[in-house]
Design a protein around this ligand. Structure first.
Ligand SMILES: [Cu+2]
Length: 156
């Protein structure tokens, strides 16, 4: 009886310690996963490196296969922030309008294929082109898309 009472807190202590160790191990593992994630492309993806300049992308055309996943890696070599928004021409116009009216170009809706990259920084955006057609990667910082800051993506 006395034994049982004395052992209970000890067992609880061991369980707590084990949980703590397990939690630490988990944290360490997930942070190393995050590191390898940012370095490695999604499985089966093709990596395309793109420089963002003031005010253009360093390339204007890209051809991909239907169903292909492209791991876009943007590097902003300019002095001002730039965006990359992926969608067809209609979506681009709509988005450009949205951005112009919102004023704050850094506000993207959740779930949109869009990224904003600050000067001197890099960003990654993976996108699967599920259907054939013509898409665009457009920058929607005020005036940039209108100035021709876009990449035409042909999905064949
Ligand atoms: Cu731009």
């Amino acid at each position: 009886m006395t034994h049982t009472l004395r052992r209970l807190p000890l067992i609880a202590g061991i369980v707590a310690m084990t949980t703590l160790v397990a939690a630490c191990g988990e944290t360490r593992q997930s942070s190393s996963d995050a590191t390898s994630d940012s370095a490695a492309a999604p499985a089966g993806a093709r990596t395309v490196d793109i420089a963002m300049e003031d005010i253009k992308f360093d390339q204007t055309k890209l051809t991909v296969k239907t169903g292909e996943t492209i791991d876009f890696r943007f590097t902003n070599t300019g002095q001002i922030p730039h965006d990359a928004f992926i969608g067809d021409a209609d979506a681009q116009m709509e988005h450009d309008d949205e951005m112009a009216h919102m004023g704050d170009a850094s506000t993207h809706s959740m779930g949109e294929a869009a990224i904003t990259v600050q000067p001197g920084a890099a960003g990654e955006l993976a996108y699967t082109f599920a259907a054939p057609g013509t898409y665009e990667v457009g920058c929607h910082q005020p005036g940039h898309y209108g100035a021709g800051m876009k990449i035409e993506v042909t999905v064949e």
